[in-house]
Design a protein. Structure first.
Length: 663
């Protein structure tokens, strides 16, 4: 076995740090390596943070000035944690190290050279909400006729502008890739983008993306600044490098231009954020950009059992674009992962709930268990099952399913059909339409309450006689919508009624108001399927009301104290770990996501599956329903996900689940 020896002179200056004792062989090799470009492929649970921390400490002890070290992370919390550990190791003040997120460091650089990009040094930084509001102001000032045709909201435009900066693509290309249904108004979007930039300059403000844009501009446009910063930082360390986007990658290259002492740490197998603009090629191409790169691999895993790692290693091994590695566990043999085919989505929820209770009885705390899924709607039935059984849960993937705005929007129409006196639902439904605010909605509601049949006012279009400022388009939509809803009312078909709402304006509303309209539309589609099991609109609405009124998040049994099972999308779970992990909906057509496959994202979807499996420490359960229901086509027989089919039979134990898991 190769032994790494610290030079005698170095050893003499660091009596307090015993590197050989505190690091494993792989970690030690990275920490004490010579200068030059370094790529560290840090496998899941391999002690990545420890390596970065000890590398900084090692550099400081070798005499590198704190001012000469730049530590770039993706969260300020990560930077603070690393620098705090360095401070503890070295017993020195680390405030002089430049450490923080790309945006934090970009702000520091821009404050010093603001005038070069036409700003004053006291510029203000717009948070995301402020930026969206300012875009709305610019929209009004741009005199774009939003009466002629609907125009995307500030939130959607902000998403396009942000994508443009981070990927370094023009607005036309960014619109095509992020919001193709707005491509026909790309010139207007370009105009708003230009006016937004000019408006920010006029008020001496920048948004988060500008911090990267101007940092990059300063380095690319000014030779003297590029040399200044490249000479200032003798060592640059970048955490989570696989998540960097194009502009961040170029900034790192500019900063490391002269000394070339750039150490990037990440795991290509955990690159899962392309939808945010992350550039997978950054980590793949690093050795070719820096020909003298030393590549290290951290393959010793401190998190998972050998059985879980065997499954994960085999799965990710199917990818072709990667730095090959094989994680090795320091743990003793444990439980082989379980594959659980379930009859349908209801039994899937029952199985997970029952198994959670059994594991809790065995002494495993609820907060040591997590249920992971590819899409937020996948946990809908599980939330209901946990609520029925009084199992406390915490949702990390957003709001509870039935409390999301788009779900409440479509349900509002069903509520006013069930109860024409429902003031809250009427106002919510009415305000979804252009130029209807609180006051107009209140006046319309008051008028409707004077009518024996309020729906007829919409169907006959008589509502236009009373409220002349309402858009003609809205009047036409209302007439079609309430005509459809009235016909369906007697059929007691909640799913058809939801579809009527979608087909009479709500799909367009989603497109123009939400950057992630497609996932919201997917949620509503699943709500339609879910509603088919109810015999009446009343029973369906009652169930939803009970779900919203009392959820597992509020039910804290004395036996559980503050314990809660974690429900999370896989994207939100990255970087976390639990003793027990359930991955649900491991079915073809659900995971991998079909839309991602259409965009050529098979390998990223497999990386997502890899991330999910490597969150588990002791036990892993892969679950999928054998039968699903789609209102359009009826019952569908599901196959296991291709990521499950690719596994070897020795990677898991298949359980045959009977009715024993029904409550």
């Amino acid at each position: 076995m190769k032994r790494y020896v610290i030079h005698k002179e170095v050893r003499g200056r660091i009596p307090q740090i015993k590197f050989e004792q505190e690091l494993n062989e792989e970690q030690l090799a990275v920490v004490i390596t010579d200068n030059g470009p370094i790529l560290v492929i840090a496998g899941a649970g391999s002690g990545k943070t420890r390596v970065v921390t000890y590398r900084v400490a090692y550099l400081l002890d070798r005499g590198v000035s704190p001012n000469g070290i730049l530590l770039l992370t993706f969260t300020n919390k990560a930077a603070r944690e690393m620098l705090h550990r360095v401070e503890h190791l070295m017993k020195i003040d680390t405030r002089y190290i430049w450490g923080g997120t790309f945006h934090h460091i970009g702000n520091m650089v821009l404050r010093q050279h603001a005038e070069k990009v036409g700003l004053k040094k006291n510029f203000t930084i717009l948070d995301n909400e402020d930026a969206k509001d300012l875009i709305e102001v610019v929209l009004k000032d741009s005199k774009i006729d939003r009466k002629e045709r609907r125009f995307p909201k500030g939130a959607i435009l902000k998403e396009i502008f942000s994508y443009s900066v981070n990927t370094m693509k023009d607005i036309e290309t960014s619109t095509q890739e992020r919001a193709p249904f707005f491509y026909d108004i790309k010139e207007e979007i370009e105009l708003v983008s230009q006016n937004y930039r000019e408006k920010k300059h006029a008020i001496n403000a920048v948004d988060f993306d500008d911090l990267l844009f101007y940092w990059h501009k300063l380095l690319s446009d000014y030779d003297e600044l590029r040399r200044l910063y490249a000479l200032t930082f003798s060592h640059i360390l970048v955490d989570e490098y696989q998540d960097t986007n194009k502009i961040q990658g170029e900034i790192v290259d500019f900063m490391g231009l002269i000394n070339k002492n750039v150490m990037v740490v990440g795991d290509d197998a955990q690159s899962i954020y392309s939808f945010r603009g992350a550039n997978f090629q950054n980590i793949l191409d690093f050795p070719s950009k820096y020909p003298e790169t030393k590549v290290f691999k951290l393959e010793t895993n401190y998190r998972s059992t050998p059985e879980i790692l065997s499954l994960a290693n085999h799965s990710i091994g199917q990818n072709t674009k990667q730095f090959t590695k094989a994680l090795k566990s320091i743990k003793k043999n444990g439980t082989i992962p379980v594959l659980a085919p379930l009859r349908d989505v209801v039994q899937q929820a029952e199985f997970v709930a029952q198994r959670v209770l059994e594991l809790r009885d065995e002494g495993i705390a609820l907060d040591n268990m997590a249920v992971l899924y590819r899409a937020h709607y996948h946990c809908m039935e599980l939330q209901m099952e946990f609520t029925r059984r009084d199992i406390p849960f915490e949702i990390r993937s957003g709001l509870k399913f039935f409390e999301q705005a788009h779900i409440k929007d479509v349900i509002a129409f069903l509520k006013v059909m069930a109860n024409p006196n429902d003031e809250v639902s009427w106002k919510r439904a009415l305000k979804l339409f252009p130029k209807i605010g609180n006051r107009t909605a209140e006046h319309i509601y008051d008028f409707l309450q004077t009518l024996s049949n309020p729906y007829d006012a919409f169907i006959s279009k008589r509502i236009a006689d009373k409220f002349k400022k309402i858009h003609k388009e809205s009047i036409e939509t209302w007439s079609r919508l309430f005509s459809d809803l009235t016909k369906l009312q007697d059929q007691e078909a909640p799913g058809d009624m939801i579809s009527a709402v979608l087909n009479n304006g709500y799909i367009e509303y989603l497109k123009y108001n939400y950057p992630n309209y497609d996932t919201r539309l997917e949620d509503i589609g699943q709500l339609v399927n879910f509603s088919t099991k109810y015999q009446s609109v009343e029973s369906f609405l009652s169930e939803l009301s009970l779900m919203s009124g009392t959820s597992g998040e509020e039910i804290l049994s004395a036996n559980y104290e503050d314990e809660r099972v974690i429900l999370s999308t896989i994207h939100q779970a990255k970087g976390l770990e639990w003793k027990i992990v359930f991955i649900i909906w491991c079915a073809e057509g659900r995971f991998p996501n079909p839309r991602a496959l259409d965009e050529g994202g098979l390998e990223e979807e497999r990386r997502l599956f890899y991330v999910a499996t490597t969150r588990a420490m002791d036990e892993l359960y892969l679950c999928y329903p054998l039968l699903a229901f789609d209102k359009q086509v009826g019952h569908i027989i599901l196959k296991p996900s291709r990521f499950v089919s690719e596994l070897r039979s020795t990677d898991y134990e298949e359980w045959q689940i009977g009715d024993m898991y029904q409550p």
